[in-house]
Ligand binder design. Structure first.
Ligand code: 5CA
Length: 437
């Protein structure tokens, strides 16, 4: 992408409405634009990151044997009346009436809709287990939408639903999602810690929130210091195997959100107790037959009897993760994207646009990086060097190749790493080789 043509409305000044760094940087980097309280448009740069995050989530769901489908955002009220949640959900639910006076709603979650689909199509125990997910916009009329995409009213969620014949099967599905979540967040460079959590309006008695630690997090959390050192990517994960040992390892040390915090238990940790603030990026629930019974979604069991599938649901805040990533990765100059979610793989910065030699080196680098699939951003605007550096640091592309007339005379470009700030003078060919392996 050429900067001269890119729709990237960056801001020089800090927007006054933003209270936390991720919100401030998302506005300054031209990633989002608020349309009304807690509702945002995703501009090209923001959307690129959102899609990268979404793709990692999708790959790990697929790897765990979860099948993608897509349910609508607008749902009929009847299904929620069947489950009993139409009234329970309260003012957070956006209720709509269509032209035929039918009560509809903008889905805050999808337990009812997925149960209706399974009820219609799955009649026999032979068709279980099933693990299904979608990535779809949700609406919750939050009392206090704030912190940009962190607590929005409209937000993108990945939600999965498991249907099993018995408790053991349901627990295996829960474990699969537990491990898929650890892998998902780790691939984004995030340290997400599973913590015992409350179930709220979703229900059930087994639940974990996945929390990344950040000063601006909305939840107060408590955990054993050693959990911060665990790394799931070190482990060989086979989703077909029994994952209980992996889950046991991750839940062997104390970790709880505020609501589940047990002072006496925590006191036993002494100095090893971390009391911090955290951002909930995922939440998984096991709630047995709560919805299958209420909605009469029975299957025929092996002996012809009626069995209500055991269910769980598993959410990831896809749009919230974009803010969470910035909370975890930034400095005073802007965002520092981990490579796995970076909007562009590298930037080529032409310091003297119009200079035949600079333009030729940059054009060549840009073409070769594109051909190699690096997805480069080409800073080809006729701007001051200072402004170019500031914008590039702000939007956080992991690698920058700076091309100027002085370097070209010596046969070198500057190769800069955004995260470490380290700069090296190397040939354009070496820079290319570094990025294309
Ligand atoms: N049905 C279950 C699991 S699919 C469910 O809805 N769980 S949830 O309420 O915990 O939401 C799942 C995830 O969505 C949360 O962990 C959080 O990361 C994200 N989320 C929830 N509310 C918001 C919000 N207002 N803005 C942004 N993300 C949100």
């Amino acid at each position: 992408m050429r900067m001269s043509q890119y729709f990237l409305p960056t801001l020089k000044e800090d927007p006054s409405e933003a209270q936390i760094v991720s919100h401030r940087l998302m506005l300054r980097a031209g990633m989002i634009r608020q349309s009304s309280a807690g509702i945002y448009s995703w501009l090209p740069l923001g959307l690129k990151v959102l899609r990268k995050v979404e793709q990692i989530v999708r790959e790990e769901q697929d790897a765990a044997g979860c099948q993608e489908l897509l349910m609508p955002t607008i749902q009929p009220a009847e299904l929620w009346q069947e489950s009993g949640r139409y009234d329970d959900y309260g003012a957070e639910m956006l209720r709509i009436r269509d032209r035929h006076d039918r009560d509809m709603l903008y889905g805050p979650t999808n337990e009812e809709l997925i149960t209706e689909i399974v009820r219609a199509h799955i009649r026999s125990y032979k068709d279980l287990p099933k693990l299904l997910y979608h990535i779809q916009w949700k609406f919750r009329d939050e009392v206090r939408p704030r912190f940009g995409v962190m607590r929005g009213r409209e937000f993108l969620m990945k939600d999965s639903y498991s249907f099993n014949l018995n408790h053991e099967g349901a627990r295996a599905a829960y474990n699969r999602m537990f491990v898929a979540y650890l892998r998902t967040f780790a691939r984004m460079g995030l340290k997400a810690i599973p913590m015992a959590a409350d179930t709220g309006p979703i229900g059930g008695d087994l639940s974990h929130e996945f929390i990344i630690l950040a000063e601006t997090g909305e939840s107060e959390v408590f955990c054993h210091r050693d959990l911060l050192e665990f790394d799931v990517l070190d482990e060989d994960v086979d989703h077909a195997a029994d994952l209980q040992p992996v889950v046991d390892r991750w839940t062997s040390l104390y970790a709880a959100t505020d609501e589940k915090h047990d002072e006496a238990e925590a006191a036993k940790l002494g100095d090893a107790l971390v009391n911090a603030r955290g951002i909930e990026v995922g939440h998984i629930f096991y709630f047995g037959t709560k919805y299958s019974k209420a909605m009469n979604a029975a299957v025929t069991g092996p002996d012809g009897e009626q069995v209500f599938p055991e269910m769980g649901s598993y959410g990831i805040g896809v749009s919230r993760l974009v803010g969470g990533l910035i909370e975890a990765f930034h400095d005073e100059n802007g965002i520092i994207w981990p490579e796995s979610v970076a909007p562009f793989g590298a930037a080529v910065i032409d310091l003297k646009v119009g200079d035949v030699d600079c333009d030729a080196v940059c054009d060549d680098l840009y073409a070769k990086l594109r051909a190699a699939g690096v997805d480069p951003l080409y800073e080809d605007r006729d701007e001051r060097a200072g402004a170019k550096f500031a914008d590039m640091d702000l939007i956080g592309v992991p690698w920058q190749i700076v091309v100027g007339p002085r370097g070209i005379k010596n046969g070198v470009v500057e190769f800069k790493n955004r995260a470490s700030g380290e700069r090296e003078e190397i040939s354009a060919e070496s820079a290319l080789a570094r990025l294309t392996g």
